[in-house]
Design a protein around this ligand. Structure first.
Ligand code: ZN
Length: 519
């Protein structure tokens, strides 16, 4: 166990009080050679009160009732109707195909862990790997770059991003001045997104440093989406002004908006230009510590969020409510996950070199042998989300813990631990009700697009333009199956039916994405 914990125990001569989720709890899970402390931490971290379970089950029941009110058999049926998946049956086709592919890899990884446990504890051959063994026998590897890189300052990373977009789309990022009162904090930087033919196509406000009172985590959100404006009925808006004040407000708004519209050369119409915000929580630069140097996982986050931002920037749809990222939940992560593939390509990373001529040497990157176990777990979670939002949730004897146990008994690789009820901590059940499979689904599509189109030549302008024009431009304004089918030259995908869903499952998940639920 960690030296600090051992010293603490010796010093106090008492049992340690360890809180689930604390740093100490993590240290125990990673490094306690004895099984018992790890088991205890696991049990404590995965138990719930009956009140917590009731809240979850009430929520699931209420969702089921809501669906019944609108004539659907379950919340999943209601939610999935306008997604790529269309139905719970189709989600099952996808998850089953993906599980079939992942299971043998995960089994192999578990066998390796089992051998390690056998050698460590001198047990009989192939002892069972329990839930509390995973992190000890296979400590999770933090993501690392495939080549060695210069210090990753924000300037270096944004330069790399701008060079990448210039190569792919003829688009660059340009830091620009803000007017007094324009931004909500002096940390905020404004970037102009400039197309080589059309000029400025949108703006990104980058609010990148952590500070008190700011929401934690990383996010991209839209302030104003693109839409077509030349067929607006502005004249009648003025007719509806109820007094002088309203009239002035409408005229002022019109004047402001007119300065943010553009005619895109070669396309019909005038479009409102998008404005988005990029939120991160990087460490602020300081006189003592110098400029902010990003860790690799932070660069991954920035690339991911910039994938969303470019979806917003490039999207040109008739209406703002289908612009860029305003598309189906199970499609929206595709551009952002694809950006993570770009970041793991040595050709793209060569763009980070300030002088542009330093040869890059191999870094400390290697595959995490247990990644397939985690992917397998993610598939089970997606399956659990489907079960919880199925008609079963409306049955009077629905029991979320029993459903979890049954799923693990029938399809799990690591046994369910009686007495635990992990489901109350599955926070995404709330925000992603019945769509938790989306992240895996987009990872599979992104893996396919990367391998088929970009992997061999990631900076190719022609491929970049194709991707921009077949996918990014349409936002949610076109059937995603049409877009993906056309881009991948796979006409059979255009139907978006059960077979297409299973096919995506067979495309597998081959990436370095390790943060499910990031958005
Ligand atoms: Zn995302």
């Amino acid at each position: 166990m960690g030296t600090r914990l051992r010293l603490q125990a010796q010093f106090t001569q008492r049992d340690l009080v360890v809180y689930p989720g604390s740093l100490q709890a993590q240290m125990i899970m990673h490094s306690a050679p004895e099984e018992e402390p790890r088991r205890k931490v696991y049990m404590a971290a995965n138990s719930s009160t009956s009140g917590q379970i009731k809240i979850l089950e009430d929520l699931l029941h209420a969702r089921g009732e809501l669906a019944r009110l609108v004539g659907k058999p379950s919340f999943a049926h209601m939610t999935l109707a306008d997604k790529m998946a269309k139905s719970p049956e189709n989600v099952a086709h996808f998850l089953n195909a993906l599980l079939d592919h992942t299971r043998p890899h995960a089994r192999r990884a578990l066998r390796t862990l089992s051998l390690r446990k056998q050698e460590h504890l001198h047990t009989s051959p192939f002892p069972t790997i329990q839930a509390w063994d995973r992190d000890y026998y296979c400590p999770p590897e933090p993501p690392a770059p495939p080549v060695s890189l210069p210090p990753l300052t924000l300037g270096t990373v944004f330069m790399g991003l701008s060079r990448l977009f210039r190569n792919l789309y003829g688009i660059t990022l340009r830091l620009t001045k803000v007017t007094p009162g324009e931004v909500w904090h002096p940390d905020v930087r404004k970037l102009e997104v400039v197309d080589e033919k059309s000029g400025v196509i949108g703006w990104i406000y980058a609010d990148l440093f952590a500070r008190q009172g700011k929401p934690s985590g990383a996010a991209h959100y839209t302030v104003r989406c693109s839409r077509r404006t030349d067929d607006d009925d502005a004249h009648h808006d003025l007719d509806d002004a109820w007094d002088e004040g309203a009239l002035r407000a409408i005229q002022l708004s019109d004047k402001f908006e007119n300065a943010h519209r553009a005619k895109i050369p070669g396309s019909e119409g005038v479009f409102q230009l998008p404005v988005v915000v990029l939120l991160c929580e990087f460490t602020r630069p300081s006189v003592r510590k110098g400029p902010t140097i990003l860790a690799w996982h932070e660069v991954l986050t920035l690339f991911h969020e910039m994938g969303h931002a470019m979806h917003s920037m490039v999207g040109r749809t008739e209406y703002q409510n289908v612009s860029g990222t305003r598309c189906a939940t199970d499609f929206v992560e595709l551009p952002s996950i694809l950006m993570e593939h770009f970041l793991n390509s040595p050709a793209v990373l060569s763009l980070f070199d300030i002088k542009g001529n330093e040869p890059l040497v191999a870094g400390n990157h290697h595959e995490d042998p247990c990644r397939s176990i985690d992917t397998h777990t993610q598939i089970l979670l997606a399956a659990l989300d489907q079960i919880y939002h199925s008609p079963a949730a409306l049955s009077p004897d629905f029991n979320s813990t029993a459903a979890l146990a049954k799923l693990y008994e029938t399809r799990g690789l690591i046994p369910y631990v009686p007495g635990t009820s992990w489901q109350t901590q599955f926070g995404h059940l709330f925000g992603y009700g019945a769509t938790y499979y989306s992240y895996l689904f987009d990872r599979a599509i992104a893996s396919r697009i990367w391998r088929k189109l970009f992997a061999h030549d990631p900076l190719n302008r022609e491929t970049g333009e194709r991707y921009k024009n077949e996918i990014l431009k349409y936002g949610g304004g076109k059937d995603p199956w049409e877009m993906v089918g056309t881009l991948l030259d796979a006409p059979e995908m255009r139907h978006g039916d059960a077979e297409a869903m299973a096919e995506v499952g067979r495309w597998k998940v081959e990436d370095e994405v390790s943060m499910p639920g990031r958005h």
